[in-house]
Design a protein around this ligand. Structure first.
Ligand code: ADP
Ligand code: MG
Length: 280
């Protein structure tokens, strides 16, 4: 079973080729990170998957519903937290949620009980009657997550969920994302923060200029390089050398006298390795 299926997705904006043939299969219950630099095509993909933009070609479905041919059913399957804050700032927290419930044609009693449960879940119960404009950035982000979950979707799309947030607040959002996964919700998130993908994702797709250049679990993406890395200063900059074991790395270093740092391999190494090969 595939929860999100994308086949040969192409999107051209006049002369810009934003997506050049993307294939994605997201399994139920997984956190899938779509990682890439600004302009890679991440938002374009989410906009197509959530019916906000039409693809030039290719097919997408969510929980088996084609997003162009079965629009209404597909829309019930997902919730979206866009990158920009699009709450109604003049209305209260509760009012923003009620309107969402109406848009999804939920019953009044269901709206009330879901609002109660979700505000508790994202720790915003005390702010229920506050105007949105009085909330902090982290609170607004959490409210957007609550709103996206109100109608009980199977899939949650998060476009750059922690961009511009302080490190402490980012970690709080990360914890919330992990908590949502435990309820069985499938999560598709975009990010340009490598450590965010490494921390959260079951699988990661590296997107570069509209193309997926690698797609696997973080562990498998890293294991080709080894487990340990030494960063050291060399004449023309920095060099990183990779090793299977810590012992090998330490032995290498006794032969060299210059400044160095010994550390574990991380997803950034895999990313640099993959994109480095593409430099012409
Ligand atoms: N509405 C649009 N019109 C023209 N070009 C666009 C539009 N939206 C995005 N693009 C271009 O498509 C590419 C991918 O953009 P986007 O999906 O926003 O990237 P990301 O979210 O990864 O930063 C970029 O080159 C961007 O300039
Ligand atoms: Mg974007």
């Amino acid at each position: 079973m595939t929860m999100i299926q994308v086949n040969n997705l192409i999107k051209n904006y006049k002369k810009v080729e934003a997506l050049a043939g993307v294939d994605i299969h997201v399994k139920p219950g997984e956190i899938f990170a779509y990682l890439g630099p600004n302009g890679a095509g991440k938002t374009t993909t989410i906009r197509i998957l959530t019916g906000l933009t039409q693809a030039t070609s290719g097919t997408c479905s969510i929980n088996g519903f084609n997003i162009e041919k079965q629009v209404c059913q597909a829309k019930q399957q997902y919730g979206l937290v866009p990158q920009a804050i699009n709450l109604d700032q003049e209305l209260t927290v509760q009012e923003n949620l009620i309107i969402h419930g109406w848009l999804y044609r939920m019953k009044s009693a269901d709206i009330s009980s879901r609002i109660h449960a979700l505000l508790d879940y994202v720790e915003l119960s005390e702010k229920k009657k506050s105007q949105v404009k009085t909330l902090s950035g982290g609170m607004k982000r959490r409210l957007m997550v609550a709103r996206a979950l109100l109608h009980g979707p199977k899939v949650l799309f998060l476009d750059e969920p922690t961009v511009g947030l302080d490190p402490g607040i980012r970690r709080k959002i990360w914890a919330l994302i992990k908590k949502i996964q435990t309820t069985g919700t499938t999560i598709f998130l975009t990010t340009h923060y490598i450590e965010e993908a490494e921390f959260l994702a079951d699988r990661v797709a590296f997107l570069d200029q509209g193309r997926i250049v690698a797609l696997d679990t973080p562990d498998r993406l890293m294991e080709n390089l080894g487990a340990w890395a030494i960063d050291r200063l060399v004449e023309d900059g920095m060099e990183t050398v990779y090793f299977k074991t810590r012992h090998e790395a330490e032995r290498f270093n006794t032969l060299k006298s210059e400044q160095f740092t010994l550390r574990r391999v991380n997803l950034e190494d895999a990313f640099l390795d993959l994109t480095g090969k593409k430099v012409k």
